[in-house]
Design a protein around this ligand. Structure first.
Ligand SMILES: Cc1ncc(COP(=O)(O)O)c(C=O)c1O
Length: 484
């Protein structure tokens, strides 16, 4: 018989046990009841103290969300906050769409299985079939994962293998964002995120949207086998490229036997008014990737979708099949059910059409606001419900007399006006917007695709009201908010 360590005799509240005593754990009910101060302390103690600094600057640290439904959050004080951030495009269906909730409840009630790595999964198979049905051309083969980074890792790996080059090099763009996991980090053009990490060496950077530069790169280096581009750059500040560029990318890649990977993690899933943003340009990439709204706001789902011949070249034999097969949570049951229902809702409710129509209304209203405040708003751009609002550098927005003094600080102050405006939109107008990684003068607007004109009006009236205070008052109000 095994020797067991001596344990205390069981008592009523401490029954006999062989394993370790239960640590001091919070229950789900405890978590729900945490007050905002304790949440802040736990975030600083256990998650990210540095990030808390930014949340505090923006006033986000005072908000505890108690409910989320449709276009709105509701906080601990019953305040309804209009969501024009939309989780950087993760909430196409809005918060807690009833059909998505019902599909998940049915799945749970029926005690369906989750992990899909032993047996075939009816859910993973159906989701893959649906994704192929939503994708043009021969984009038929699907790899399921949990995040955009994972989908993009899969995308560059399948393309690299299928390129047939031994020392395959990958082209990516300036201001690109493809995720922060170690592989795609090398293709994410941010000195801050790349830091001092050891990056993969086989990459070549070109300016986004510059066809001659891409042509030069490909023609001068036959090792280049893959080109990776966001169709609309999100982190770059909602930057697209014209149809001639994309048709040129397709033609160049075809001519030189190079594979084109379109990152649609942020701009795909109907966000720009087509299922994929590349569909605006009449071209089809060799590989693409989706995530964010694919999980319908309730699950973590990412997908790589490749042309069948690309996939077969990379992993098409029993010997190569497991090289990049699904990971533990790839194709997990409830996430797949959520994504299947999400795709059905997307089409049943014509959310893609709504994105195009309501997005055009949003752009019109924003352009009118830009015309009213040309000294503050530099540009309004985008397509569908993926819109960027770019402010001038801070000094340009100030009265003439103050400009020269402040102009020398413009680089350091990049992002401050977006910060002031984002913070005050939340504090005074109950509206949430998103900031931008690289061009920090840009506020990103990616509301749920259920957004209607009344929500656009609420947002635009709030922005107009705030800007009418003038920049000096806005800056003063922000500074005061830091003292309160
Ligand atoms: C274009 C693009 N690609 C990839 C990613 C990475 O996705 P995730 O954060 O789910 O890993 C993002 C995330 O913002 C993105 O915008």
């Amino acid at each position: 018989m095994l020797d067991r360590p001596t344990v205390a005799a069981p008592t009523l509240d401490q029954p006999f046990r062989h394993g370790p005593a239960k640590p001091n754990l919070l229950s789900v009910e405890d978590a729900k009841a945490l007050d905002v101060q304790t949440m802040a302390d736990l975030f600083k103690d256990h998650i990210n103290p540095g990030q808390f600094h930014f949340m505090k600057l923006l006033g986000f640290h005072k908000v505890k969300i108690e409910r989320a439904e449709g276009m709105y959050y509701t906080d601990q004080n019953g305040r309804k906050i209009l969501d024009f951030f939309g989780g950087f495009g993760s909430l196409a269906h809005g918060h807690n769409h009833p059909r998505i909730l019902a599909a998940r409840e049915r799945f749970q009630d029926e005690k369906r299985h989750e992990i899909a790595i032993a047996f075939l999964s009816q859910y993973a198979s159906a989701l893959a079939k649906n994704l192929a049905a939503c994708s043009p051309g021969e984009l038929d083969m699907v790899f399921l994962g949990s995040t955009g980074s994972e989908a993009m890792e899969a995308a560059i790996k399948v393309a690299e293998r299928a390129s047939g080059r031994k020392n395959c090099k990958i082209v990516h763009a300036e201001n690109s964002f493809h995720g922060k996991s170690k592989g795609v980090l090398s293709l994410t053009d941010s000195p801050l995120y790349q830091g001092e990490f050891q990056l993969v060496g086989n990459r070549v950077k070109v300016p986004f949207g510059d066809l001659p530069a891409l042509k030069r790169a490909i023609e001068n280096d036959s090792d280049i086998g893959v080109v990776v581009l966001e169709t609309v750059q999100g982190g770059g500040g909602i930057v697209g490229a014209p149809t001639e560029y994309w048709q040129g990318v397709r033609a160049l890649c075809d001519k030189h036997n190079v594979l084109w990977v379109a990152d649609e993690v942020q701009c795909g899933y109907g966000r720009t008014g087509k299922f994929y943003a590349f569909e605006h340009h009449g071209v089809v990439p060799d590989v693409t990737a989706l995530a964010k709204s694919l999980g319908a706001g309730k699950a973590a789902v990412g997908a790589m979708i490749a042309k069948r011949d690309v996939y077969m070249k990379a992993y098409g034999t029993p010997k190569t099949a497991m090289i990049h097969a699904q990971a533990t949570f790839g194709g997990i049951g409830e996430a797949c059910v959520t994504a299947i229902e999400g795709l059905n809702v997307l089409y049943d409710e014509d959310l893609i059409g709504n994105s195009a129509e309501t997005g055009a209304y949003l752009l019109d209203r924003l352009k009118a606001i830009q015309a009213k405040y040309p000294q503050i708003i530099k540009d309004v751009r985008g397509q569908g419900l993926m819109v960027g609002l770019e402010f001038h550098d801070f000094s340009r927005t100030l009265p003439l007399a103050l400009r020269p003094m402040v102009a020398i600080l413009d680089d350091k102050l990049k992002g401050s006006l977006s910060g002031f405006i984002g913070a005050l939109l939340l504090r005074d107008y109950d509206v949430l917007v998103a900031f931008t990684e690289y061009n920090r003068n840009v506020i990103r607007l990616e509301p749920p695709l259920i957004c209607e004109e009344e929500h656009v009006d609420q947002f635009c009236d709030a922005l107009d009201g705030l800007l009418s205070r003038g920049i000096v008052s806005i800056a003063k109000d922000f500074v005061k908010s830091q003292m309160g």
